[in-house]
Design a binder for this molecule. Structure first.
Ligand code: ATP
Ligand code: MG
Length: 716
């Protein structure tokens, strides 16, 4: 009877219990979002230990984030008290891989105290190798090679394993040779990169069957969360470890596979039954997280994907509001509106910790950060730096600071050789010595040095050139709008070109961040005003204990849940991303849709989706149209609203008359002296001064709104 059910399983439904109690043999739990997969996996872990089926040290349990591992450890600890003497093999693939590799480092030519190098070190190393190979780094950027090596490692490929196509993908067939040299260099440094943590271990397992056998015996049970996002090397690694006992339980959701761009293969979960014949497949269909409307909206949306297994989801909850879709005028209004909504939730007693804003791309956090700072609302950014703390933003700000304040040594030191100008640490030391000797600021001292013969001629020329640029920018600073100045600096300094040449998704993200920085600057009359704003923002290190709104990307939100969720920027070209539209393939669009599904299903009580009719890009108003994903939400579960009463209805009236209804909204930024505020923005679009009046609209009108011709964004 129920009295016999241990506390860790008490709350579970029947299929969840089955997942807990079927301890022997392969188990696949394939189920939709919020159905209690992670909960069941945690209970299973507790059960294995409580029943003494294995010691904690005999269970391998892979989670998606360190945070998830910590939570599992806590939960198991809560049920079992002191019986849990830590779980050494509970963690992310990286954490577990590192731990194993330390024990067997010598088998791959490393010592157990090897260093794990970060992406910056990795790049520096690759740059050196590219130079040694006498390749032009401009033509063959180090970042591109880093991306390829990552991809190869994710697929479990060693340098000798590359086929011709892979090999040809860098420097006309020199890929594998550089990959090999890189591995040798790492070994000489007693170091490895993140990709090596698993690849080295996979190699050890393949070449030293005794070591493999040792782990196969040790791990009586293997548990894996978020299995749909495992890549090839992780898959091979797990398969080897599980081959002996076959007590492997994996959980996942094919609809939540969102990491194919990093080499994840949803096929891994789909072929589990083939890999482990006789696997017990458990389906969970009851969702405990979200209200029926949230669930209905998410299910309807993902139904538009063709490549899926298809699952039923239901919930017992019968309360809750519909998913709200709010159309706002522009980005600043979006941030303002979300701020207001959150303040009103707060007044209603909701804690800020229960609220999250999910963005598609990192750069989108900026507008919200600025707004929240202005209204004094605590926020935290998860899985990334706060906007103004990102490396490329700090670099750009450093240039601007030197322009505004020539004595800002720290700023000058940050960028004197960024992008690379061939000025090394020695030059910097000389510049500092000279600065100390003469009492001049660093920048001035270096200019002084450029006239002396203390430095090699080449360095003198470079410094002289850089200082002339700064003089020029300083002169222009008065006459130019701050954002315009930034654009010139990025272009003329070579910073922009440096990023463009990298041709990687990361570099693209950095460029996006920089254009977002330019956008932020448009609100300021002078460079000084803007820099002061930034200084205040940076100073706003909120109290750590204070409740905060969470801002993060959808990718980082996987597996998490929040009472109140705001999904922002649902516009074509933002979400789905421009990249996915440019690629044009069905697969990339379907991955974006899965991402939208992951986003909506993070919400427990309320989900609000926002889209703006205009985004400002490089000083130009660009009209945007609502994301196709909004259109795909089933009508019954959605309630649309727009804050652009006058504007929106006028647009609709205009559509019948004019070919391009947005022609009159896309225009240059108005005269800088003009008073800003919502009033003129609306007036701009409509020719009328209207006040923001909220109206409820039927979804159809919102949909037809979406289907209308767009400004300058092409649909893929
Ligand atoms: P995701 O796909 O997003 O990772 P999931 O399937 O892992 O979701 P969980 O995070 O385990 O789902 O659970 C979602 C929510 O449902 C959590 O708040 C959890 O506490 C709750 N929950 C899970 N199982 C039950 C249950 N049997 N009864 C009541 N609540 C449950
Ligand atoms: Mg989960």
């Amino acid at each position: 009877g129920d009295a016999d059910i241990p506390p860790y399983a008490a709350r579970l439904n029947m299929p969840q219990r089955e997942a807990v109690l079927t301890t022997e043999g392969p188990v696949l739990m394939l189920a939709g979002a919020g159905t209690g997969k992670t909960s069941a996996l945690t209970a299973r872990l507790a059960h294995l230990v409580a029943m003494r089926l294995a010691w904690p040290s005999e269970i391998l349990c892979v989670t998606f984030t360190n945070k998830a591992a910590r939570e599992m450890r806590e939960r198991v600890g809560r049920h079992l008290g002191d019986a849990v003497e830590g779980m050494p093999w509970l963690g992310t693939f990286h954490a577990i891989g590192a731990k194993m590799l330390r024990r067997h480092a010598e088998l791959v030519g490393l010592q157990s105290n090897f260093t794990i190098i970060d992406p910056d070190d990795q790049l520096r190393l690759l740059k050196a190798l590219i130079a040694e190979a006498e390749l032009d780094e401009k033509r063959w950027p180090a970042r591109q090679l880093a991306g390829l090596i990552d991809r190869w490692k994710n697929r479990g490929l060693n340098p000798g394993d590359l086929d011709t196509v892979e090999n040809e993908s860098y420097a006309n067939g020199r890929g594998s040779q550089l990959y090999e040299t890189y591995q040798k260099r790492l070994q000489a440094l007693n170091a490895c990169d993140f990709g090596d943590l698993l690849l080295h271990m996979l190699n050890v397992f393949r070449q030293h069957t005794d070591v493999l056998a040792q782990y196969q015996t040790r791990f009586k049970y293997i548990l894996v969360d978020e299995y749909q996002d495992t890549n090839q090397v992780q898959y091979l690694w797990l398969r080897l470890l599980a081959q002996e006992r076959k007590n492997i339980c994996v959980v996942g959701d094919d609809d939540q596979s969102i990491y194919s761009w990093r080499g994840a293969e949803v096929a891994n979960i789909l072929k589990f039954e083939k890999d482990f014949p006789g696997a017990k497949v458990i389906k969970l269909e009851q969702n405990y997280r979200s209200t029926p409307h949230i669930l209905g909206a998410a299910s309807g949306l993902i139904g538009a994907n063709s490549q899926r297994l298809g699952k039923e989801l239901w919930t017992e909850t019968d309360t809750g509001e519909k998913v709200r879709v709010i159309g706002v005028w522009d980005g600043p209004e979006e941030a303002r509106r979300v701020g207001e909504e959150i303040e009103s939730l707060e007044r209603g007693g909701t804690g800020l910790d229960e609220i999250a804003i999910l963005v598609r791309a990192q750069y989108q956090t900026r507008e919200f950060e600025d707004r929240f700072i202005q209204i004094g609302m605590g926020y935290r950014i998860i899985g990334g730096f706060r906007f103004y703390e990102r490396a490329e933003i700090r670099d750009a700000l450093a240039y601007l600071r030197v322009i505004a304040q020539p004595a800002d040594d720290l700023a000058f030191e940050r960028i004197y050789n960024q992008p690379k100008r061939g000025l090394g640490a020695k030059t910097l030391e000389k510049m500092y010595q000279h600065a100390r000797r003469t009492g001049m600021p660093l920048a001035a001292a270096s200019l002084d040095l450029a006239d002396s013969d203390e430095l090699p001629a080449r360095a003198r020329g470079t410094i002289g050139g850089l200082m002339r640029q700064f003089l020029q920018w300083r002169e222009q600073a008065d006459g130019l709008a701050p954002a315009e100045l930034l654009r010139q600096v990025l272009e003329e300094s070579g910073y922009q070109t440096m990023l463009e040449n990298e041709r990687t998704p990361e570099a693209k993200g950095r460029l996006e961040n920089l254009s977002e920085l330019a956008r932020a600057m448009e609100d300021y009359e002078t460079l000084g005003d803007f820099l002061e704003h930034v200084a205040l923002v940076m100073d706003n290190e909120a109290n750590a204990d204070e409740a905060k709104v969470t801002i993060m990307t959808i990718h980082a939100a996987k597996g998490l849940e929040f009472d109140h969720l705001f999904l922002v920027g649902w516009e074509e070209g933002v979400f789905p991303s421009q990249r996915s539209l440019d690629e044009g393939g069905l697969a990339s669009l379907e991955e974006e849709r899965r991402l939208a599904y992951v986003a909506i299903t993070r919400a427990k009580k309320a989900c609000t989706i926002l889209h703006a009719a205009n985004r400002r890009i490089y000083g130009q108003w660009t009209s945007s149209i609502p994301s196709r994903f909004i259109e795909e939400l089933p009508e019954d579960h959605v309630e649309s609203e727009t804050t652009m009463s006058g504007g929106a209805s006028l647009w609709r009236a205009n559509w019948s008359e004019s070919e391009d209804p947005f022609a009159h909204v896309t225009r240059d930024r108005p005269d800088r002296s003009q008073k800003r505020g919502p009033g003129w923005q609306r007036a701009l679009a409509t020719g009328y001064e209207t006040r923001p009046v909220r109206v409820q609209e039927s979804r159809r009108s919102a949909a037809s709104f979406a289907a209308k011709p767009r400004g300058d964004i092409a649909l893929g």
